[in-house]
Design a protein around this ligand. Sequence first.
Ligand code: GUN
Ligand code: ZN
Length: 439
Amino acid sequence: MNVTTTSVQAFRSSILHCTRDPGEQDDTAVEYLEDGILLVSKGRIESIGPADALLATLPEQVTVHDYRGQLIVPGFIDTHVHYPQTDMIASYGSQLLEWLNNYTFPTERQFSDAAHAADTADFFLSELLRNGTTSALVLGTVHTESVDAFFEKARQRGLRMIAGKVLMDRNCPEYLRDTAQTGYSQSKALIERWHGQERLQYAITPRFAPTSTEHQLQLAGQLAAEHPDTFVHTHVAENVREVEWVAELFPKSRSYLDVYDQFNLLRDRSVLAHCIHLDAEDRQRLASSGAAMAFCPTSNLFLGSGLFDLSAAQSVGARVGLGTDVGAGTSFSMLQTLSEAYKVSQMAGQSLSPYRALYLATLGSAKALYIDDHVGNFDHGKEADFLVLDWQSTPLMTRRMQAATTLKEKLFALFMLGDDRAVSKTYIQGRCAHDRDAL
Ligand code: GUN
Ligand code: ZN
């Protein structure tokens, strides 16, 4: 090891990560060490290996954090979440379009206030870390203040985050409306201010087709072409009435997805939330464009939107990530989100294996966001964002784990029963950023 030993830390625990997509069957796509060492140097993964072999090679000064009896996995990656909707999570009683008018727009209005934005961003990021989420693709509001506040708070914590200002120039209250031109120029200024600063990246964020004019979508596409390494982030085909509305607003488009395609918004680093009411041609086109789907099961159930078809997405080779979609989603926990993802798959006669579930929350979501060169698993040189999971965080889990005989059985039960209580520690670049037991 050619680094100073004081910058090296060792973490001893069971360790599990994905090296590629395990699909439903491929158990060789994960690496598991029952008693392993994760070696971190200067905030990056140095190596992983069996404890008995690695411990003997470590200089005496290296700190060994002993988490035996728990499980280290890569940090979870949430591919679609609205930080300004934190305060309106779990709002009763309506489907998408009414829910936006009744709850979302009035809540988002408050983000013209930079102090409110900063306070909410701070709470939101703490909540992500409490739940083991170390990176996310995040929507702000139409206000630039919302994005400045978010990035500033993420930067202070050293997080890898992607975010953007919402673009919305029609079909919304006056108080949340930008124009095609101001939306373009404000987004461009935010890109110049934040994109590529430390671990932060920018997402050009038209809210969804109904709230943008053709001119706004055209300028969004132009901005994306001018900044090819930024993200494009939006919603598509979530709700049946929304899909009908888009057909009325854009009569020349073949489909809802086609609206985005016509304005050059489908490409590498485009992420489209929901993708429920797509046809086969849409799925093919989305996959071939390099864009990704964000599967948001708790949101889709909560708003009664429909069931995402994971098998159909896989069969065209589309990139798929997992999203909480808070505040339509009902939990910040990616464990709870996996549990609902499993049930949504069951409703379609499909399944979601424990290893593939892990993949969906980690390396698969990293690939969906094109950040898998940096995070997503424990390959040498990647950023050391990881979690320590507690198999026994509730009496029921303790009892269930005693009855389990295989790793897969334990992992599946952890995904079905776990929540924020199962995340005992969250590390960011090798630094402890959340310690459940210190609170
Ligand atoms: N479609 C347009 N805006 C939103 C939003 O804020 N949440 C969800 N779930 N869908 C949307
Ligand atoms: Zn959303």
